[in-house]
Design a protein around this ligand. Structure first.
Ligand code: RB5
Length: 147
């Protein structure tokens, strides 16, 4: 069964988010794009937390969030217990945050990363799996830091 991916962003990344949504839908993923759709200025912590709660509750398998830099929405997502979200602007990191860090969310900066590279980053993230083994010990240590 193909994974369910939740997407969200702030106003700075609506277009890129919608391109990513279409791209992964074409690849057979189930997409839950929770917006926003209006270009009105909005607050990235609200959108990061909303997507993160879907992943943390199991309503989605993985999440992709975007803002101008990818940084603020990543920080908000990581405040939700059970979330491991990394900002990526290269495909190697996108692959490794799945393989070594068992990241369940990816963040991209729409003002940093162009569309072609962003889609390659998304493909690298969704195409990689956690390797477990010694990395599991380290991810467990991250989980132990959660309050
Ligand atoms: C919004 O202008 C901008 O601050 C936001 O998209 C993001 O880059 C924050 O981290």
């Amino acid at each position: 069964m193909k994974q369910k991916i939740v997407l969200s962003s702030d106003h700075a990344a609506i277009e890129l988010r919608q391109v990513i949504a279409k791209h992964i839908e074409t690849k057979g993923f189930t997409v839950d794009d929770i917006g926003p759709t209006s270009s009105e200025s909005t607050h990235y912590p609200d959108h990061g937390a909303a997507a993160a709660r879907k992943v943390a509750s199991g309503a989605a398998d993985l999440g992709i969030v975007l803002c101008g830099t990818g940084q603020g929405i990543m920080m908000a997502a990581n405040k939700i217990k059970g979330i491991r979200c990394g900002v990526c602007s290269d495909t190697f990191s996108a692959q490794m945050i799945r393989a070594h860090n068992d990241a369940n969310m990816l963040s991209i900066g729409a003002r940093v990363t162009g569309e072609g590279l962003a889609l390659a980053i998304v493909d690298a993230f969704l195409g990689s799996d956690f390797e477990g083994g010694r990395h599991e010990t380290r991810v467990d240590l991250i989980k132990a830091l959660e309050v």
